[in-house]
Design a protein around this ligand. Structure first.
Ligand code: SAH
Length: 493
């Protein structure tokens, strides 16, 4: 019997780029992904389009999937021969229960592999400017759970040994009990002037830090209303932050930006935005499904010279030829003439032996647009005269579960606050995704600032009844960064 394979994958602490190469590869192989609340939702866009996603959001006080149920799910799918990824925040072996889950698989003789990740206690600290060890200031560190195993919910810890035996202590799941933690450490001999730091949403652009001492930290954290996910770091190595807080000081800190594009052309400036401190989620969100309409293919045989087939992209040229070939039509049976939407498409047609002319801006009812659903919509959008024109659709768009899940979680958990639109195709694609996902434009506008590059684009977006919060006049990346820095108040939680 094929028993399947389970990968326990550490997703890293937050920043989506902090997953390992090996972990990302495993995600791409998965038939089933069982994921925790604390993973960066954007990682889900990386899975196969038909992968099954199972959320086991463990929110404090609100266990949506119990541990036994999670284990059951892993087992069920592995036994069906599936490749299962159990995606966990940070590292699977640090307060991640990988021990119990792997043990179960071992008992059932199911193959598994554990792919480590970067744990929050090491990554979030360094993002906050604190190296967990330092030759002069920290020769040892401990990771400790601050989550209660005692009846009153407080952690069951050997305080005397902890307070005096380790230089730097990192508490996970501890903000709720910060008063107990700090007072116990003081009571058991740690100097009340020892530096302390709380880091919330570490390694995300929205990372927040509160710095104080054992004596002050509990009050500060309560006042600032810091909630999970957050770690508490106790030890004088925290003081190095004064010089080393590299992450806090970047111009786009706090900006979570969606760029709904797959364009390679954007890649460099997207990296620039990331280097400037923003979280950038660059993804098209839509998936293309080829469609075959046999009737429409048949009707192509009956066209004559005055009909004109207008190819809308190079990709459509190839898709079209493949479709007619598969259907058993010889290109020479098609009596219509050919037109291309632009020079590039004309050239592609030429390379496959079809002479065409560039589409002229004159309306004619004998034209048939040939392309993907959105290419057709986009032409109808841009050339007002073509709204009535016939079309031959080669593919339809769909919003895959993975992309819907990723998008909704990014918005619901306030990882994003800006929607950045840089060209017409992004606008069309994104609004289609919104429509197919059943998300209202009002929802988008109330959660995200909509920012357009260029006035023309802004007016196209507004014509589609989406209010534009800001229009950036320049295409230049430093100009875009400056504009994002200036006056874009995050629509925060
Ligand atoms: N396996 C994870 C930890 C899971 S326990 C790891 O290795 O990081 C969950 C706790 O981890 C949270 O309550 C919080 O204390 C901490 N944590 C996880 N991600 C965090 C982040 N981005 N910033 C701060 N703390 C985080």
């Amino acid at each position: 019997m094929n028993k399947g394979m389970v990968y326990f994958v550490g997703a890293g602490p937050g920043d989506a780029d902090l997953i390992t190469v090996k972990g990302k590869r495993a995600l791409q192989l998965a038939d089933v992904v069982i994921f925790d609340r604390l993973i960066n939702p954007f990682l889900l866009t990386n899975v196969k389009k038909d992968a099954k996603l199972i959320y086991c959001g463990k929110q404090p006080c609100k266990h949506t999937l119990r541990q036994e149920d999670i284990q059951k799910e892993i087992l069920i799918h592995a036994r069906k021969g599936k490749t299962v990824v159990r995606l966990k925040g940070g590292d699977p072996s640090v307060f991640g229960r990988v021990g119990e889950e792997a043990e179960l698989l071992a008992d059932h003789h199911i193959n598994y592999e554990v792919i480590p990740g970067i744990t929050a206690g090491i990554a979030a600290t360094m993002y906050a400017g604190v190296p967990i060890t330092h030759r002069k200031h920290s020769n040892s560190f401990a990771v400790v759970t601050g989550h209660g195993s005692k009846k009153d919910g407080t952690p069951n810890i050997d305080w005397a040994n902890l307070a005096n035996g380790v230089e730097t202590i990192v508490f996970y799941m501890g903000v709720k009990h910060i008063r107990t933690i700090t007072s116990q450490l003081i009571e058991h001999g740690r100097d009340e002037g020892t530096a302390g730091l709380v880091i919330q949403w570490g390694t995300y652009s929205r990372q927040r830090t509160i710095e104080g001492t054992l004596a002050t930290l509990a009050n500060q954290v309560e006042q600032a209303k810091v909630t999970n996910p957050a770690i508490i770091v106790i030890g004088n190595v925290v003081k190095l932050r004064a010089n080393l807080a590299w992450f806090d000081q970047r111009p786009l800190t706090g900006r979570g930006i969606i760029v709904p594009s797959k364009s390679k052309a954007n890649r460099e400036w997207v990296q620039n935005l990331k280097d400037s401190g923003a979280d950038v989620f660059e993804h098209e969100f839509l998936t293309e499904d080829p469609i075959v309409n046999n009737e429409a293919l048949e009707s192509l045989k009956h066209l004559s010279q005055e009909h004109e087939l207008v190819l809308l992209s190079s990709k459509s040229v190839h898709q079209f030829l493949r479709a007619i070939g598969k259907h058993g039509i010889d290109l020479r049976e098609i009596g219509a003439s050919f037109a291309a939407i632009n020079e590039e498409v004309k050239e592609t047609l030429k390379m496959v032996g079809i002479q065409s002319r560039i589409l002229r801006k004159k309306k004619t009812e004998s034209m048939i647009l040939i392309g993907g659903e959105l290419e057709i919509e986009s032409v109808r959008d841009q050339y007002r005269y073509s709204s009535f024109m016939k079309a031959f659709m080669l593919s339809k768009q769909k919003a895959a579960d993975k992309d819907r899940e990723a998008f909704n979680r990014l918005v619901d958990e306030h990882h994003v606050n800006i929607l950045l639109l840089t060209n017409h195709s992004e606008v069309v694609h994104f609004l289609k995704f919104v429509e197919l996902s059943g998300i209202s434009k009002e929802q988008i506008m109330s959660n995200l600032k909509v920012i357009c590059v260029g006035r023309v684009l802004a007016s196209i977006v507004e014509a589609k009844k989406v209010f534009v919060d800001k229009c950036i006049e320049t295409q230049d990346v430093s100009g875009i960064i400056a504009a994002l820095e200036d006056g874009v108040l995050a629509k925060e939680s």
